[in-house]
Design a protein around this ligand. Structure first.
Ligand SMILES: Cc1cc2nc3c(=O)[nH]c(=O)nc-3n(C[C@H](O)[C@H](O)[C@H](O)COP(=O)(O)O)c2cc1C
Length: 543
């Protein structure tokens, strides 16, 4: 272990040293027993911090780590000065994280006294309740994924549909997350019967250990299914895709936080284990190109989906993207009509999404926010009468039951969360993911730091967070007088425009009618302007 990382144990080392010296002096009768006792108590506290399994921060920062809880207890704001870089650049507020921590730790997440929101502030949103609420027996809301091909259709058929939870773990690679974080997430998914997306880093031994359902993500690096040149390799694909644990396959086109930007895992982080999972050489730079080599047009993308569905033995295959140029999405939609091939699902990732690391401009200024992209994708599929065949998932700052309800009202069939589940395994939003010095062992490959994260303890928090969030969703659905979150519609959500003006989502996000795009030019401007620019055989616009 490099000398530098011993610093975090220095407080403990000093306490041990003082305990020995002061006890010696006391034994020699040179000083009273007060100070030696204090030093011995501190040492005992340090030993306790190192052996306990519940608090990763204390395992990585014995004794001094307690300052974090002290600050949290006395003045939460103070904590940010000492532990978090800059208050106004934190993606998730203290309230949002508190809800996740409470649900993960099975603590009461009810709050006294009333809301902290200014309900007359522009942008405030709420769900309307019903005078006749329903009674919810279960919170285990599910959606079937995988469409059976219509008679005469040439497209491959999904013969192994998957019953997905409406809330799942979003893609985060082994490499951006530690082995113990992956183990905790996957065990939590196994215990709660929900899905765990591998991220583009492919399937590692840590994903396999507990057998939790996997969504295998295939990015432009084709990790886990690539040949020596980094191109797609059918044989290797079949070997992984036919694993029983792999329930769905997701092609990654882009990610909201860094769309159009490839990725690179520096050589120093490409351990033997990561290399094994990805099918690359260890300790050499691991590149994810900005675009795919297996396809380059919308039609070729759908043919690739069809091919993967056949090779996987009929498992649901879909793609994940962050909406960029509208004509490119329209081109994929037109290719669905032209080829008769449809993905089984589409994951819409919002600009507000997270990443292990990306340039500031990409994180702040490229890509479409989730709600706008979700509405466009939903409406387009409805307008082409393809909505029944294609499920939609949404990701982008979904951490509470209201976030799920809102996304499902806008057209999502389920939601994925990445950073929500990172909080559940102990992330404190230190925003040190890109440094390898994560204080809680979540986003690091440092073997010592990740030891602080105990998968046994943290997997139960993953399960609790998932279950308690869905229990809260069931209460929201019941209060609205409904029986399943899929019944939520834009008309159920209201948005404040100004002190005196509120709008139903039904007017904020107008819906297309079924088939409206097939025989006429749809009204919303985005269709009038960009629909005709799209062509199924190229992502380039018709100009
Ligand atoms: C540490 C980290 C690693 C990620 N890795 C991937 C990845 O490999 N593939 C991918 O499609 N998205 C990746 N994402 C994006 C998430 O899957 C997700 O789509 C996005 O963060 C939005 O969800 P959130 O707001 O709940 O975090 C990653 C996000 C984080 C925070």
């Amino acid at each position: 272990m490099p000398l530098i990382s011993l610093i975090r144990y220095s407080t403990f080392a000093i306490a041990v040293f003082l305990a020995i010296v002061l006890t010696g002096l006391c034994a020699a009768g040179l000083i009273g027993w007060g100070w030696p006792l204090a030093a011995l108590l501190l040492t005992a506290l340090g030993v306790y911090d190192l052996v306990q399994r519940r608090h990763s921060v204390l395992r990585n920062y014995p004794i001094i780590g307690h300052l974090r809880f002290l600050f949290e207890f006395i003045r939460p704001e103070l904590r940010q000065y000492f532990f978090e870089s800059d208050t106004d650049s934190i993606p998730f507020s203290r309230q949002q994280r508190a809800i996740v921590y409470q649900r993960a730790k099975q603590q009461i997440d009810a709050r006294p006294f009333g809301t902290h929101f200014d309900v007359y502030e522009s942008g405030y949103e709420w769900l309307n309740h019903s005078a006749v609420p329903t009674k919810q027996e279960s919170h285990d809301f599910r959606v079937p994924v995988g469409a059976i091909a219509q008679a005469g259709e040439s497209a491959s058929s999904c013969t192994q549909p998957y019953s997905a939870s409406v809330f799942n773990i979003s893609a985060m690679s082994f490499g951006s997350l530690s082995a113990n974080a992956i183990r905790a997430l996957n065990r939590g998914a196994m215990l709660g019967h929900f899905a765990h997306d591998t991220g583009e880093g492919s399937i590692s031994r840590h994903h396999r250990e507990f057998g939790g359902d996997l969504i295998w993500e295939i990015g432009s690096g084709y990790f886990g299914c690539r040949d020596a040149e980094g191109r797609f390799d059918e044989e290797r694909f079949v070997a992984n895709a036919t694993l029983e644990q792999v329930r769905m396959i997701e092609i990654k086109l882009s990610q909201g936080a860094k769309p159009g930007h490839g990725g690179m895992l520096p050589a120093a982080k490409v351990t033997e284990e990561i290399a094994e999972a990805r099918g690359i050489a260890a300790w050499s730079d691991c590149i994810s190109p900005a675009s795919h080599s297996a396809f380059s047009t919308p039609i070729e993308l759908l043919q690739f989906i069809d091919r993967l569905r056949r090779l996987s033995g009929g498992k649901p295959v879909g793609f994940k993207f962050a909406l960029g140029h509208p004509w490119e999405w329209f081109a994929i939609a037109k290719a669905m009509v032209a080829t008769g091939i449809t993905p089984d699902f589409i994951v819409v990732d919002g600009k507000e999404g997270g990443t292990g690391a990306a340039p500031a401009e990409f994180i702040d200024r490229i890509g479409t926010p989730m709600r706008d992209a979700l509405v466009l994708v939903h409406n387009t599929l409805v307008g082409l009468r393809l909505r029944e065949r294609v499920r939609i998932a949404a990701a982008g700052k979904v951490v509470t039951a209201f976030d799920i309800a809102r996304a499902m009202a806008l057209g999502a069939d389920w939601c994925n969360s990445a950073r929500g589940f990172m909080f559940a395994v102990g992330c404190i939003q230190a925003q040190a993911c890109h440094t390898g010095k994560c204080p809680t062992g979540v986003a690091t490959q440092d073997p010592q730091r990740q030891k602080a994260l105990d998968p046994g303890d943290k997997s139960v928090r993953v399960l609790n967070f998932h279950r308690n969030t869905l229990k809260s969703l069931a209460e929201l659905v019941a209060a609205a007088g409904l029986s399943h979150p899929s019944q939520l519609e834009p008309m159920h959500i209201v948005q404040r425009r100004s002190r005196g003006e509120v709008h139903s989502y039904a007017t904020v996000y107008p819906r297309l009618q079924p088939g409206e795009l097939l025989d006429s030019e749809a009204e919303p401007a985005v269709y009038r302007v960009f629909w005709s620019m799209a062509r199924p055989d190229s992502f380039r616009p018709v100009t």
